[in-house]
Ligand binder design. Structure first.
Ligand SMILES: [Zn+2]
Length: 138
């Protein structure tokens, strides 16, 4: 299983972090942590820009983060036309880990607010692809 299974529109088929997709398929959204300087990354990075080490381990993106900004998308870009309207948000999970993802469509637009608690979860796309989104985690 390769990286081509990731996302609605896939921009890359080759990556050092191909296991990211395997983890999504197992129900886990994973970031990486540099084993040398301990910096954490999401999306995952095999090469640490802070200390230039290529030694990393997978860390699961568990727990809730806080929504720091969001935008309501009414007209999706190429590949996302039929997904709109949707809300894109950036959630801060602490330790400099931030993620950009769409919010679960079950979260009503009027209930979206800065500072709300969200968790990141894998989603299965039509056609068998995998991605992730933010949920309230009821
Ligand atoms: Zn590092």
């Amino acid at each position: 299983m390769g990286f081509e299974r990731f996302g609605i529109v896939n921009y890359t088929k080759e990556t050092k972090v191909v296991d990211f997709v395997k983890h999504l398929d197992e129900g886990k959204v994973m970031g990486t942590q540099c084993t040398k300087c301990k910096a954490k990354y999401f999306p995952p990075r095999a090469d640490c820009p802070a200390c230039l080490s290529s030694s990393f381990e997978w860390i699961e993106m568990t727990g809730k983060g806080k929504l720091i900004t969001f935008i309501n998308v009414n007209y999706g870009p190429i590949g996302f036309e039929d997904k709109a309207p949707y809300t894109l948000g950036i959630v801060d999970f602490g330790e400099s880990l931030q993620a950009l993802a769409p919010l679960d469509k079950d979260i009503k637009k009027e209930n979206v607010s800065i500072g709300m608690n969200l968790e990141i979860k894998p989603i299965l796309l039509e056609g068998g692809g995998l991605s992730y989104e933010f949920r309230t985690g009821k």
